[in-house]
Design a protein around this ligand. Sequence first.
Ligand code: UDP
Length: 455
Amino acid sequence: MDEKQVKRRIVLVPVSAQGHVTPIMQLGKALHSRGFSITVIQTEYNRVSSSQDFSDFQFLTIPGTLTDSDLQSLGALQFLMKLNQICEASFKHCFGQLLQEQISRDDIACVIYDEYMYFSAAAFKEFQLPTVIFTTTNATAFVCRSVFAKVNADKFLIEMKDPEVQNSLFPGLDPLRYKDLPTSAFGTIEDSIKLYSEAVKTRTASAVIINSATCLESSSLSRLQRELQVPVYPVGPLHIAATSASSSLLEEDRSCIEWLNKQKPSSVVYISLGSLGRMETKDMLEMAKGLSNSNQPFLWAIRPGSIPGSEWIESLPEEFGEVVLERGYIVKWAPQMEVLRHPAVGGFWSHCGWNSTLESIGEGVPMICRPISGDQKVNARYIERVWRIGIQLEGEMEKETVERVVKRLIVDEEGADMRKRAMDLKENVEASVRSGGSSCSSLDDFVNSLQTKNF
Ligand code: UDP
């Protein structure tokens, strides 16, 4: 037997945030089903537990990393940069121990790390292990980040801060406008550029795996493949390719399914801002009133800590409760995939995180897009302009606009057309992960390359 064929362990290094953990664990499941053993190396902060459908995986924790309060005080970008700084030493120590005591280096086929755990590039190089980047955003956002890393920073900073250019198309990235570029709301533009450059600078990986599909963004994938020196494997949507994996970091409230069971088909607007999005009280109130005036039922996942200055919803005025009680239902954290699959759900009001976008596409549910940060803006633009399966709500949150957009999506002919296109896209992405489909073949190619190539 060829020596390479016995290397059957893959090490995963996730970023410990829901939108990053979910797809990398799904990738782990997909690779596990192809015969690989999986080791997950994670930080103490926001750990996935082995009891969550991952009893066959080995978990290793890097001790002494950052906490939730560090995230609050530093903001997500600084948090990530600091995490990379402090992880490297403690990681090397605990991984070295693992190699001594539990697993053989010769057994490891490769290490797949989230692109924002870029410390891995240097750390694993020291152990002479091949690395592969896993990106949890789509190819278009990846292309944008590569552009960021190359721009003339001074000129770009001036442009990005100029309100006049915000609606202009960014050269070479049509249909993205300046305001759609994936700068983060959780740090300065300077920090966004710094983080992206750090991630690009340390790239010595042998391949890139991406949770996307050719049918969604073939031109961005081709561009990425042209620009990067290594193979790019689009293997998504991973939540369809590896359905049994649940890696929710918060407890899901399934009572909303009972409530959905009582609603009419395609009538409910499901609302979620993902695991990091926050919203001001004033906007929450306008949104609740607009939703109520639209006469459509709504299911709202309001995450604890997502309203500044409030543990959950206790700081919201009484009026909010009155409006919501009329035709809404609130949970802290929803079983999102089950909700989107429910026949009562007619639309998804989303911050357009890439997982949420893929999950909505995977169920053929059209969207109301209210992006907050980073790649969500890219996704929202694609949802509205490229796939034409949603409406982006821009500008101030006003109850009249909210009412109108809900009616356009749920009641009007326009929304019915979007639903039809979303259903077509659902069929296409499902076909891509089936045997012979582009994403399934891409994952097979990756697996084969581990056995045949000198990574
Ligand atoms: N999610 C969930 N319940 C909720 C809200 C979100 O299970 O009430 C899940 C959702 O299914 C998705 C993830 O959290 O898989 C959010 O990831 P996404 O990339 O959409 O956004 P992020 O949290 O990274 O901003």
